[in-house]
Design a protein around this ligand. Structure first.
Ligand SMILES: [Zn+2]
Length: 303
């Protein structure tokens, strides 16, 4: 079964934080062991490194793609979902563009970027974060950027964005919203998670929600289990969201996760979990990777 993951921070770990690729959570070997065919590697930049601007961080990460140890699709995607470990690139933290469309062009050419998290946890030239941000919509550059992303086949990733920014994407963009690594706010109150109206909108627009494995986005005040991951999946499925569901592990960006879901080699535990809960093979295949692949192919065809 094709398994895909919509978010990890491995590229920043290698290129910015100086970690050995072999010591990262996401490695080619573990992806292979877990049957993961596609990993979205984020160029994550928003930590405000005093030595470099976010744009310079981006250039550094773009140049380090070949250290990830798996082929990265920077041009056209293959016809069929890969049955070997491979990757695509996203941007996490639109501050990397520094308000300049030329920077988008550059990263589009060098990395084939597929989705952009418009903000991380800080205000930037595009808009405002969900965490501690004001209740304001996207800025003029943000709205302009959406148009350009529609033209280029790049999705807007709403995972760290505030609620008004989310609705700007729903109302002003043709491509559907993607929450690459966010959960259900009703089950775990956190601005990083989506409320029911947002989940409904993602379902209506046929977007995507990648379930995040980070403890604090799954449950409060106790260690999360695999069953908690299932609860978030099932909540969205019960709302009619089988076709928008997937995984957004956040590996290499988190320090607490459920037992049995510590690295990509353990993805099969999630597949077993869905089977044990009576999900059909067709639905499991959609959640495991089919949904994300379909969306990536749709945007790829616009390139
Ligand atoms: Zn994140």
């Amino acid at each position: 079964m094709f398994i895909a993951d919509a978010h990890c921070d491995t590229l920043a770990s290698i290129a910015l934080w100086g970690n050995d690729p072999q010591k990262c959570t996401v490695t080619a070997e573990r992806m292979k062991a877990g049957g993961v065919g596609l990993q979205t590697f984020a160029m994550f930049t928003a930590l405000r490194n005093p030595q470099a601007t976010c744009y310079q961080d981006g250039v550094k990460m773009a140049a380090a793609i070949d250290r990830l140890g798996v082929p990265i699709f920077t041009g056209r995607l293959p016809d069929e979902a890969p049955d070997y470990p491979a990757g695509v690139i996203s941007i996490e933290g639109g501050e990397m563009l520094e308000g300049k469309m030329e920077h988008l062009e550059e990263f589009y050419a060098s990395t084939g970027v597929r989705l952009i998290a418009l903000t991380w946890n800080y205000e930037n030239e595009i808009g405002y974060p969900g965490r501690r941000g004001p209740s304001l919509g996207l800025k003029p550059f943000g709205l302009e950027l959406l148009k350009e992303m529609d033209k280029k086949g790049i999705y807007a990733d709403v995972s760290h964005l505030n609620d008004p920014g989310f609705w700007d994407i729903v109302n002003h963009m043709d491509l559907p919203p993607i929450a690459s690594h966010s959960n259900v706010r009703t089950l775990c109150e956190n601005t990083r998670n989506l409320n029911d109206d947002q989940i409904k909108a993602v379902i209506e627009k046929k977007g995507f929600i990648g379930i995040n494995f980070y403890n604090a986005f799954l449950v409060k005040d106790r260690p999360a289990t695999l069953e908690d991951v299932f609860a978030h999946i099932d909540y969205i499925a019960q709302m009619g969201g089988i076709d928008v569901l997937g995984f957004g592990s956040d590996f290499d960006g988190i320090d607490e996760w459920p037992d049995g879901l510590e690295h990509p080699g353990e993805f099969p535990n999630l597949i077993t979990l869905l089977r044990n809960h009576g999900y059909s093979e067709e639905n499991i295949a959609a959640i495991a990777g089919g949904n994300l692949w379909r969306l990536l192919k749709k945007a790829d065809a616009m390139r």
